[in-house]
Design a binder for this molecule. Structure first.
Ligand code: MG
Ligand code: MG
Length: 250
């Protein structure tokens, strides 16, 4: 069942979302060659908890061990932070962060270059970010969930990259994953209608190569089958009468 939020609930989500946005900005600033993803995880947890009442939502979610997900290069999502995993020049790292605050969750992700990266990988990051922006622009009351997916898909396929179809965006609020599912592909006017009070995480995952993914033996990390790099950008968005409101931007 879809849980619509009141204006008051959306305000609380926006407060948590601001903490999340500040966390993502902070992490983006500390990423460098030589830093381990385990250290990045600790920095994230400390930063989130330095805000009164805020908690790292991923810690223990479905048994996940980290406070954030850190997915490098061909890792799509759900990479487990580790002190043994050290960033090097030319990597890209997807950082996925969830924050709990006053009973509500928000969710956001960015993919960040480490030092100098290949031009084609930078294009992958740019296109994925552009696809997220297109998906957000389509998140208007009166549209449907399929309009979001169609908008994301158009940007990605025009750029000759592949959308990951095995994972989707989602409703979010008092639960981290709520209905509806928000695929990054689809057709306009299909699936659920977007109404004011709906809060969703829109999160294109885009591969430079083919769309296929598989799960590693750690049972968490999802990687591209062909080893190509992957990018992930995400915002939590509220559908309002005044248009889409991004809750996880500064
Ligand atoms: Mg996320
Ligand atoms: Mg999400």
């Amino acid at each position: 069942m879809i849980q619509l939020k009141s204006a008051r609930e959306i305000e609380l989500m926006a407060q948590g979302g601001k903490i999340l946005a500040a966390t993502v900005e902070h992490l983006r600033g500390v990423v460098r060659a030589g830093l381990s993803t385990g250290e990045l995880d600790q920095i994230a947890e400390d930063f989130i908890r330095s805000h009164d009442g805020a908690t790292p939502a991923f810690k223990g979610l479905y048994g996940f061990p980290g406070s954030i997900c850190t997915s490098i290069n061909s890792e799509v999502v759900h990479g487990i932070p580790s002190r043994k995993r050290v960033l090097k020049d030319g990597d890209v790292i997807s950082i996925d962060v969830g924050v709990g605050y006053k009973g509500y969750f928000t969710d956001s992700a960015v993919t960040v270059p480490v030092g100098r990266i290949e031009a084609e990988t930078q294009r992958l990051l740019d296109v994925t970010q552009e696809a997220l922006a297109a998906g957000i622009a389509a998140a208007k009351a009166g549209n449907h969930v399929g309009d979001i997916g169609a908008a994301v898909q158009a940007v990605v396929e025009r750029a000759h990259f592949s959308i990951v179809r095995d994972l989707v965006g989602h409703g979010i609020g008092t639960e981290f994953h709520e209905e509806p599912q928000v695929p990054n592909y689809g057709k306009p006017k299909r699936r659920e209608k977007l109404v004011p009070g709906l809060t969703i995480a829109i999160e294109p995952m885009v591969n430079a190569g083919g769309p296929g993914t598989k799960t590693l033996s750690d049972k968490w990390t999802i990687v591209t089958v062909d080893g190509s790099p992957s990018a992930h950008f995400e915002h939590t968005v509220a559908i309002t009468d005044a248009g889409p409101r991004v809750l996880t931007a500064l």
